[in-house]
Design a protein around this ligand. Structure first.
Ligand code: AHR
Length: 497
């Protein structure tokens, strides 16, 4: 028997909308030929940004988008991306295929894009090859409300009003492509850089420190040990950002049933990361002032045949959708600590929400999960305990088990929003939903994404896999929900008075 017991009275915390954030890097066809086609493109656009993409993204409701990298960020000099586009320098993107970066999308363009899709920008500063002064000046250019030279320049470039960029990453993967620092050396760089980053005009910046590679608790301990005695620096870390890519099993579209489970199991390791990283942080920050962030995560498959290996272009199937759904459920269940997560990446790179080919555009199964899960944003996460049957599969010669059911729940006034995933590749799952604390359901409706385990959208069949809506027999304090094999359900349940 598989059950989920939900107590609407047992609140965990507010689900920060930023958990549903994205990441968009100057990599492959994410920015150029992805979100940006240029004003002169035959593809309908607004200020160079594809209209079809803007419309599709607005439905997914990205609250925040991290930019310009990734590894790219620690070799990006923001002054290359301001002023007249024809005069902007041509640089080499040393991390991603040595392609020429034309800087046509810079600070003002990216903020404009965020406004078009309804998201906040999250800028990642250059710690690796840059300087404290460089990022300090970038903040001034973006946010200073007074009459400084940088603020005048911003006005001359089209934005007299401050751009109001709140989220600032102090480097990216500084343990690797962002400078190969030790945690202690990065701690020194963080402290030095943060000393010069000001909110201006009473505005509070939100500074995000580079966290561990995957679930590396040693990096976290060494970084916080270095800074926690330093009252000033410690108080200027608002978020601490880990990265976790769960990798692949088989390829993006070709995998066995065992590989289906293997990858979903790798995705579920996110729970161990959140649990262990938050426990490590608690030792230095018992008041839990610093938020845990996962500002890059997702699947990472071998690139599509015939595409540039440096461009990280991959297809996206129902399996990726289940990795997304179960990861988002983990973040929801840790709403008291996880304040932001940014899936990699928005479009045409890694686990993308959107793929494009010339004039064509499609929403991936992962994109539909974001649309289905959007009502969780800003809800009160409530305790949802799953007791699940398991499925056994093989990894090499070893047998492993996974629970069939995963899920999370949130509450907005009298509406309970429940997301459930049936991981079983071939069997339906009957779930008993128990409402605790005297709660009782009056009615419900659901959207379901399900199909054969390899199902995905192609440019020939862009809507082969889309969520389907239906009524839900949700009445009383206990009711049953039938989940098809390999499915994600998002259910809105009206609770009685
Ligand atoms: O998302 C692709 C790359 O993965 C990013 O540039 C880097 O931060 C990470 O290693």
């Amino acid at each position: 028997m598989t059950t989920i017991s939900i107590n609407p009275l047992d609140g965990i915390g507010t689900i920060h909308p930023n958990i549903y954030g994205h990441f968009a890097e100057h990599l492959g066809r994410c920015i150029y030929d992805g979100i940006w086609v240029g004003e002169d493109s035959p593809i309908a656009n607004t200020g160079g940004f594809r209209n079809d993409l803007i419309a599709a993204l607005r439905k997914l409701k990205p609250p925040v988008i991290r930019w310009p990298g990734g590894c790219f960020a620690d070799d990006y000099h923001w002054q290359d991306g301001i002023g007249g586009r024809e005069q902007r320098p041509r640089r080499i993107n040393i991390h991603w295929g040595e392609v020429i970066e034309t800087n046509q999308v810079g600070t003002q363009e990216f903020v404009q894009f965020c406004r078009l899709v309804g998201a906040e920008p999250y800028f990642c500063g250059n710690i690796g090859s840059g300087s404290p002064r460089e990022i300090r000046d970038w903040v001034e250019y973006c946010n200073f409300p007074g009459d400084s030279t940088w603020a005048r320049m911003r006005a001359a470039h089209g934005s007299p009003a401050p751009l109001n960029v709140t989220y600032w990453g102090v480097g990216n993967e500084n343990w690797g492509c962002g400078g190969n620092f030790s945690p202690e050396d990065y701690g020194t760089e963080f402290r030095r850089t943060a000393s010069f980053l000001r909110g201006f005009g009473g505005k509070q910046l939100y500074l995000i420190a580079c966290g561990s590679p995957g679930n590396d608790v040693e990096w976290t301990n060494r970084f916080f040990r270095k800074l926690n005695k330093d009252y000033w620096a410690f108080n200027h870390i608002h978020g601490y950002a880990c990265h976790y890519y769960c990798g692949t099993a088989g390829s993006a579209t070709e995998y066995t049933t065992d590989q289906w489970y293997q990858l979903i199991g790798q995705g579920l390791q996110m729970e161990a990361l959140v649990l262990q990283q938050r426990a490590a942080m608690d030792a230095y920050d018992p008041q839990r002032r610093i938020g845990l962030i996962v500002d890059e995560w997702g699947t990472w498959h071998p690139v599509e045949k015939g595409t540039n290996p440096a461009f990280l272009y991959q297809q996206n199937t129902l399996r990726d959708a289940l990795v997304a759904a179960t990861s988002l459920d983990i973040f929801n269940r840790h709403a008291d600590k996880v304040v932001m997560a940014n899936i990699a990446q928005t479009i045409n790179v890694l686990q993308a929400m959107i793929l494009t080919q010339g004039e064509q555009m499609l929403v991936t199964p992962t994109g539909y999960v974001y649309e289905m899960y959007a009502p969780h944003q800003g809800g009160k996460a409530v305790r949802a305990v799953v007791e699940s049957e398991t499925v056994t599969f093989k990894r090499g010669e070893k047998e492993e088990n996974l629970p069939i059911l995963a899920g999370s729940a949130s509450l907005k006034e009298k509406t309970l929003f429940v997301t459930l995933t049936n991981i079983h590749a071939t069997e339906a799952c009957e779930v008993t939903v128990n409402l605790l604390g005297g709660a009782s359901a009056q009615a419900g409706q659901a959207r379901i994404l399900s199909g054969e385990i390899h199902a995905h959208n192609t440019f020939e069949k862009p809507e082969a896999l889309t969520p389907q809506s239906g009524a839900l027999q949700a009445v009383g304090s206990s009711f049953k929900v039938n989940l098809p094999p390999a499915s994600v359900m998002a259910a809105e349940i009206q609770l009685g008075a």
